[in-house]
Structure formats: structure tokens, C-alpha cells
Write a protein that binds this ligand. Structure first.
Ligand SMILES: O=c1[nH]c(=O)c2nc[nH]c2[nH]1
Ligand SMILES: [Zn+2]
Length: 507
């Protein structure tokens, strides 16, 4: 199924299409046409059965000219999930170290596992299983941390490339405050390894069906990304050398961690006493810009939020990890109200699941936790006045739970914005890549917790219909987001090619 597309493909059926933080389109009867590069050629949003042939003819197509895919009533297409922050070498550790917070967890659980990737054979074997699992979880674009090892990280990029996922892959930089067997010997060694991995990734061949467009965001799926682990583990000299690499290529993405845990923040401030804040460490070293992905941002100070917004950085919200490592609850609503770009990250193995569906659920719970917090003005104002106040300050999200359109946005288009790829992915539009999931809520998918919305094609019954006052397609989406799992992901498409999912067969 991963061979070059011989023909145009036209899908007929239900589509969920994110628009912005407040809206998504639920289109029960759409047509979407994919060209031979795997890009979306056109979309017809509302087409009754009787008009399908006419619309195709108007587009100059006969059904026999194309691969025509008729979706079942219990199926829909949704843009693939975007994981803006995860650690590929930590997947074998998922669930381990429940007793620790961040700094001890790094020392006792994480660094020992990452050190094992010195053995490139171990790395290759592990990464194959990791990438297969991440793809089958529905992640079509992923920002990966590798380890410190250039060879293992090149192998990671090779496997992602072979499996056909869209990704950013970074060799991690760490030259201080780390164990003797898992630290880079010098800034020079760290930078040399970084150049080596970047050059390797840039040499990976384009898809046979790739567009000739010279913009590598269009012609390539796998991209390098600068990956200083976090401020604590990088000397000033290392941060300065990394920013020199960044300055030479404005399209090179940067990823790091920020303000995750209170002890981490305190330690960072003792190491960089000349910097006003944690964010200032990165800013003074020239690492905050429009394509910087900052993971966590749980405890940002006012002026840090301002600099993040000013520089156009994106935040990777990692709620599973923030709960699991007891880091805290990120006030995502406030970030969104400030117009900061936000996506979701699984942050495995701080997080214990590689699935963005889990991140969606925990983002919802985190926002509900924030909504429970007493607000300073509660003592003085009644509910109406608070509400009124928020409205006046354009506070749509602060202190409120994130609703379905907002959660969907974070998982798709918001993530695309964070990794500066929203011109290519995150929603369905002509000219964008067809990165999508074919979702099934049928009982045949084998996930009993989602059967309540199943369509019984034979009886014509749409169970669950009307239960939440929503249309049936919206109810299917809600059930998938909160109760679905890999069993409901039949196919995973990247750039128009099926690369995973339940119906996918190993080549
Ligand atoms: O969640 C996290 N995972 C990590 O591996 C890490 N390293 C520094 N800071 C970190 N936070
Ligand atoms: Zn992380």
C-alpha cells in the first residue's frame, strides 16, 4: 500500500476538518481528491449521493479514472495527529519511575535508559518498534528527541524515513550535569555530532512521488531540529554554538524544555544568575524564535509569557507528563488568550502513553482542574460579574475547560503551527498534504467503549444519536477523542500514502 500513487484518489464520506480554536467543520457528505504527489487537489464539502457523478464530471473525472474510496457510515477522515514533543529512546521506560519528580526521574530512570543507545544495534531494534507504535497511534507528524548519540539518532531518522512518517528529529545536546557515562565530552564534540546528524537527515532521499517544489517542507518528510536538552544540561558555550547554527538557517526548528518543575527552575536560576528568568536563558542565547518548540511551560512568569509571544515561539502542552511527574498544571487557556501557539505533546516517558488521544484527554482534565481553582476576584464578585469581566478582557479560555473544537485544534492545526508546518498539514485544504486518519467507530473495530455511537448499516440505526444534542458525526468525533484508541484507527495516511493503522499490512 505504500507504493507510489498511480492515480488520483477520491474519498467519499464524512470529514472532520479543524478550522481554528473555536470551530471545526463536520461534513457528513464530502468528496476529497488527492493528487499523485499526495497533496489535496480539491474538496467538495456537501455532495448528496445523487450529485457525486456530476461533481466528479465537472472536475473532469470519471469514477473509473480514480481510486474511489467510499467510506462506511461508521467511518470518518480527520487530519493526522501532531505530537509536538516526545522522546523516542524513552518509550521502553513508559510507566516506570512513578515515585519520582523530574530531576530524580532523569537521574534514576531516564539517563540510564538513554545511555543504552550508545549501542547502535540496540537503538535500531528499539526504534523500529517505537516508530511503528507511534504511527499506529495516529501520529502523522512528530517532533522527536533522540539521545546524545549521533549514530543512534541517524538510525532513528532512517527508520522514520523508511516508515514514511513526517517528523523532526534531533540529536540531544547535553554537556554538563549528567552522569559520566551519558554526557558529551565537550562543546566541540556536541556541535560536531549535531552537524553530522543534520547533514545526514538533509541527505535522505525524497519520496519517489515527491513534489519537485524546492521548499524542503514540501518535498521532504523528515527534518532536522536543534535539541538542547534543557538549560541545566547545557553550558553557555554550547547554547551559543547552537544558536550560531540556528542563525545560519532560519528554517531550522529548535526544541527544548522550559519551566516544567519548580526545582528545575530554581536550579536553572542558580546556574544562570545573569538571566532574569528561565526563558531569558534561551532568549539571551538567541534560541527563541518563530520555529522554537518549548515543552511544558507549566510555571511561566508574566514576562516569560510576553517574550514567548513576542518571539513567536510555540508551546508543547504535555499534560500526561505534567500530571505523571507531578510537575504541575499548565494554564493553557491563558497562553491561548495571549495568542501564543499551543500544540500537544505526549512527552514519553514523562508521559506514559504515545497516543495524542491520551494527551487530548489529559489536556481536557488539566483545563477542568484549572477551572476549579478559586480566582482572586471570587471573593468580591458573583459568577455573572466574573464572566462579564472575562469577556471584556477577551478571555475566552482562561479558567475554562477546553471544549472539543479547542482540543481538536491543539491535536492538529495548533501542533502544526507550533512546528511551523501549518502551511502543509494540520487541516484539509487544497494544496496541503493529505496526512489523515481513517477512523472507524464500528463494532467491527473491536473497541466496546465506543460502540454507543455505532451506525448499524443494516438496520439504519444511528445509536447514541441526539444523546448530547450534537449531530451524529460530532458525536462520533467526541466518542473517538475520549474513548477511542488504536483499534479505531484503520488507516494512517502521510502525504497520501498508507503507512499504518489496523488495515495496514507490513510490506
Ligand atoms: O519531561 C522531560 N523529559 C526529559 O527527558 C527531560 N530532560 C530535561 N527535561 C526533561 N523533561
Ligand atoms: Zn520532554
Amino acid at each position: 500500500m505504500s507504493a507510489a500513487l498511480p492515480k488520483l484518489t477520491v474519498f467519499r464520506g464524512a470529514i472532520i476538518n479543524p478550522v481554528d480554536l473555536h470551530h471545526y467543520q463536520a461534513l457528513p457528505q464530502a468528496l476529497i481528491c488527492i493528487d499523485t504527489y499526495g497533496d489535496i487537489a480539491w474538496i467538495e464539502e456537501h455532495v448528496s449521493d445523487a450529485l457525486v457523478q456530476d461533481i466528479m464530471a465537472r472536475r473532469g473525472l470519471l469514477e473509473s479514472d480514480v481510486d474511489f474510496v467510499q467510506l462506511e457510515k461508521s467511518e470518518f477522515l480527520i487530519p493526522g495527529f501532531i505530537d509536538t514533543h516526545t522522546h523516542a529512546p524513552q518509550v521502553p521506560n513508559m510507566g516506570a519511575g512513578q515515585q519520582y519528580e523530574l530531576l530524580d526521574w532523569l537521574k534514576y530512570v531516564t539517563f540510564p535508559m538513554e545511555a543504552r543507545f550508545k549501542d547502535t544495534n540496540f537503538a535500531k531494534k528499539t526504534y523500529k518498534a517505537v516508530i511503528r507504535r507511534v504511527i499506529d497511534s495516529g501520529t502523522t507528524t512528530c517532533c522527536y528527541y533522540g539521545t546524545l548519540h549521533a549514530e543512534a539518532t541517524k538510525a532513528l531518522a532512517d527508520i522514520i524515513h523508511r516508515y514514511g512518517q513526517r517528523a523532526f528529529v534531533g540529536k540531544c545536546n547535553m554537556n554538563r550535569d549528567a552522569p559520566d557515562d551519558y554526557i558529551e565530552s565537550s562543546t566541540e564534540a556536541s556541535i560536531a555530532g549535531t552537524h553530522e546528524v543534520i547533514a545526514h537527515i538533509k541527505r535522505l532521499p525524497a519520496l519517489p512521488t515527491a513534489s519537485p517544489n524546492p521548499n524542503t517542507d514540501v518535498s521532504q518528510l523528515v527534518h532536522p531540529i536543534l535539541t538542547p536538552r534543557f538549560a541545566i544540561s547545557c553550558t553557555r558555550e554550547l547554547l551559543t554554538s547552537l544558536s550560531a547554527i540556528a542563525a545560519g538557517d532560519s528554517s531550522l526548528r529548535i526544541q527544548t524544555h522550559i519551566s516544567e518543575n519548580v526545582h528545575e527552575i530554581a536550579f536553572t536560576k542558580t546556574l544562570f544568575q545573569e538571566c532574569k528568568t528561565y526563558a531569558d536563558v534561551y532568549d539571551t542565547h538567541g534560541l527563541l524564535r518563530h520555529n522554537t518548540v518549548l515543552a511544558h511551560a507549566v510555571h511561566l512568569e508574566e514576562e516569560e509569557m510576553e517574550v514567548v509571544k513576542r518571539r513567536g515561539c510555540g508551546i508543547s502542552h504535555c499534560p500526561t507528563s505534567n500530571f505523571n511527574l507531578r510537575s504541575g498544571v499548565c494554564k493553557v487557556g491563558e497562553l491561548l488568550d495571549r495568542g501564543i501557539k499551543v500544540g500537544l505533546g505526549t512527552d514519553v516517558s514523562g508521559g506514559f502513553s504515545p497516543s495524542i488521544l491520551t494527551a487530548i484527554r489529559h489536556a481536557s482534565i488539566a483545563s477542568k482542574v484549572v477551572s476549579f481553582q478559586p480566582k482572586p476576584e471570587d471573593a468580591h464578585h458573583d459568577h455573572y460579574h466574573n464572566h462579564h469581566n472575562h469577556h471584556q478582557q477577551h478571555q475566552h479560555f482562561a479558567d475554562k475547560q477546553l471544549d472539543i473544537p479547542a482540543l481538536l485544534h491543539l491535536a492538529t492545526l495548533g501542533g502544526a503551527q507550533v512546528c511551523d508546518l501549518d502551511a502543509r498539514v494540520g487541516s484539509f485544504a487544497p494544496g496541503k498534504a493529505f496526512d489523515a486518519l481513517l477512523v472507524s467507530v464500528s463494532s467491527k473495530a473491536g473497541n466496546p467503549s465506543i460502540w454507543g455511537v455505532e451506525v448499524d448499516d443494516e438496520l439504519g440505526i444511528e445509536r447514541g444519536m441526539g444523546l448530547s444534542g450534537k449531530g451524529h458525526l460530532e458525536r462520533m468525533l467526541e466518542a473517538f477523542m475520549f474513548c477511542g484508541d488504536d483499534r479505531n484507527i484503520s488507516r494512517v495516511y502521510v502525504q497520501g500514502r498508507v503507512i499504518g493503522g489496523n488495515e495496514w499490512k507490513r510490506p
